[in-house]
Design a protein around this ligand. Structure first.
Ligand code: FES
Length: 157
C-alpha cells in the first residue's frame, strides 16, 4: 500500500477540489479517490488526504466512518455487496447470500484466501425492482439465481 498519493492522484484530487465551492463538499469524492489509491481508508491514508486537502484528519475520519462504502480494513480485489433490505429479502436475498457464503467459504466482512473476493451485506442499493440483486465493484447484477451467480463469479477468474 502506498503511503502517499501518486502524482496522478494528486492532480486528480486538485481538480476535484477545484470543482467544488469549498473543500468540505469535495470530501466524499476525495475519499473514493483515496480508497482507489490506497486500497482502503487507513489512518495513514486519511493523514495523506488531510495534508492534500488541508482539512483535519478527524473531520475526514468522521465522514469515512459514517459510510459503509469506505473500507476501514483491507478488502479483496473484488467486493461483493448483497442487498438484504426488505424488497430483496422478500425475493430471496438470504439464499443469495448463503449461496455465496458457501461457494466462497467466507462470511460477511471476510475475504477469500486467494484475496479475490470480499463478501458484504448492503442496505438497499436502489435496484429493488430487480431483486434479489448484488453489486460487484461498480456493477449491478440483478434478478439473481444460483446459475447467474456462478456465471458472474466466473468472470472474475
Ligand atoms: S431492497 Fe435491494 S435494491 Fe432495494
Amino acid at each position: 500500500m502506498p503511503d502517499t498519493f501518486s502524482t496522478e492522484a494528486k492532480a486528480e484530487l486538485k481538480k476535484l477540489m477545484d470543482s467544488y465551492p469549498d473543500r468540505m463538499s469535495a470530501v466524499m469524492n476525495a475519499l473514493h479517490l483515496t480508497q482507489r489509491e490506497f486500497g482502503y481508508i487507513s489512518y495513514e491514508a486519511l493523514e495523506a488526504l488531510s495534508k492534500e486537502m488541508d482539512l483535519p484528519v478527524q473531520q475526514l475520519e468522521d465522514t469515512a466512518s459514517f459510510y459503509t462504502m469506505y473500507f476501514k480494513e483491507p478488502v479483496g480485489e473484488n467486493v461483493i455487496w448483497v442487498c438484504h433490505t426488505l424488497p430483496c429479502a422478500l425475493r430471496g436475498s438470504a439464499n443469495v447470500f448463503e449461496y455465496l457464503k458457501d461457494k466462497l467459504e467466507i462470511d460477511a466482512g471476510e475475504t477469500t484466501n486467494d484475496n479475490r473476493f470480499t463478501l458484504m451485506k448492503a442496505e438497499c442499493l436502489a435496484s429493488c425492482g430487480s431483486a434479489p440483486m448484488m453489486q460487484v465493484n461498480d456493477d449491478y447484477f440483478e434478478d439473481l439465481t444460483e446459475e447467474k451467480i456462478d456465471k458472474i463469479l466466473g468472470k472474475f477468474y
